[in-house]
Design a binder for this molecule. Structure first.
Ligand SMILES: [Zn+2]
Length: 225
């Protein structure tokens, strides 16, 4: 805990004084984050650090495995964060961000690891479709590392599908006010891949080229109506 206590002292003693005006303005004007990022709770995957974002820039929701439970009667932290971000804050983009060396994905691949963690095991059921995809649609002879990588990528795609089941998301997509993104952060290289919904592949984010999982569809069907 010592390093945390030192960090607080440093923030209050030397960082905050230089940022006081910015923080006060964020209270005066309220928050207007441009994106909601749903990322893994893994301590090595910090959305703010990866994107070099500051206070007020991102609305962040983190949990084991960057999971988005599908919309249902059961209210949870993720669904309420999504609804608040879309309806109250009007975010224009939602990102689901997975990563390399993910403990949750290892648990999905090897259920023995979850024997003493019934809550984690139950939570990861929301990612079971990704596991089935890798088991049934990928080559059998893949080594464990390649399987883990494939599972983490497929999990991002599955969670994007779950995201679309949320009424606030579905409505914002139909209105043309929201885009969905699927990212994969490779911790060891710092590379960030983004899911390109048009090709169904992950591509590196390079410069201004940002592949989009789903653009808003304000849609031909609305125009046709
Ligand atoms: Zn993880």
């Amino acid at each position: 805990m010592n390093n945390i206590i030192q960090g607080i002292a440093s923030f209050q003693g030397s960082v905050f004084p230089g940022q006081r005006q910015m923080y006060q303005q964020l209270v005066r004007d309220g928050q207007h984050p441009s994106a909601l990022i749903i990322a893994c709770a893994d301590s090595r995957v910090s959305p703010e650090h990866i994107t070099q974002a500051g206070p007020g820039d991102l609305f962040v929701c983190r949990n084991a495995g960057n999971i988005v439970p599908p919309a249902s009667d059961v209210v949870g932290g993720v669904s309420s964060a999504i609804e608040y971000a879309v309806v109250a804050l009007g975010v224009r983009d939602i990102v689901v961000c997975g990563h390399s060396d993910c403990g949750a994905m290892k648990g999905l691949m090897n259920r023995d690891l979850l024997k003493r963690m019934p809550s984690v095991a139950a939570w990861l059921r929301h990612a079971e479709a990704a596991e089935r995809i890798v088991c049934e649609a990928y080559p059998e002879g893949m080594d464990a590392q390649a399987r883990h990588h494939a599972l983490a990528l497929e999990n991002v795609v599955v969670q994007l599908a779950n995201l679309r089941t949320h009424p606030s998301v579905a409505a914002a997509l139909a209105k043309g006010s929201l885009r969905l993104h699927g990212w994969f952060f490779e911790i060891e290289t710092g590379a960030l891949l983004a899911y390109d919904g048009a090709s169904g592949r992950f591509r590196p984010i390079a410069g201004a080229d940002m592949p989009v999982a789903q653009d808003s569809s304000a849609s031909s069907r609305l125009q046709a109506a």
